[in-house]
Design a protein around this ligand. Sequence first.
Ligand SMILES: [Zn+2]
Length: 117
Amino acid sequence: MASSYVADKDQNDDCNDDSISASESPPPRKKAKRLCRFQSSWVDEFSWCQKVPGNIFQAHCRVCTRKFSIAHGGKNDLTVHGKSDVHLKNVAAAKSSSVAAFFVRSIPTGLDKQVFW
Ligand SMILES: [Zn+2]
C-alpha cells in the first residue's frame, strides 16, 4: 500500500534524557547460581552449535534449527543436546539430505547479526 512512503520524521535531535534511567529497577535478591555464557570455543568442539545473537545464555543448533538454554548447564547442555534423540535424528536426516547441508553452509560463521529465518 504505502510502500513508497518514507518516514523520515522519527529522527529527532532533541532528546529528553530525564526519563531514560527511570525504568531501571534495583537488583532483586541475590541469585544463588551464576549463569553460564556461551563460549565461542564450543563451536570448534560442537560443529552444529552456534552463538545466538543477542542472547549469550542460549546456543543455536544448526542441525535442529532451534535454540536452547545453556545458562544452567553450560557446556554440559551442549553435550546433552548432542546426545538427544531429536538431535541425532536430525543429524541422520541432514546427512541424507544435501538440502540441509546447503542451509548449514549458507550461514556465515561468526555472524554477529540476527539470522533472518
Ligand atoms: Zn540439535
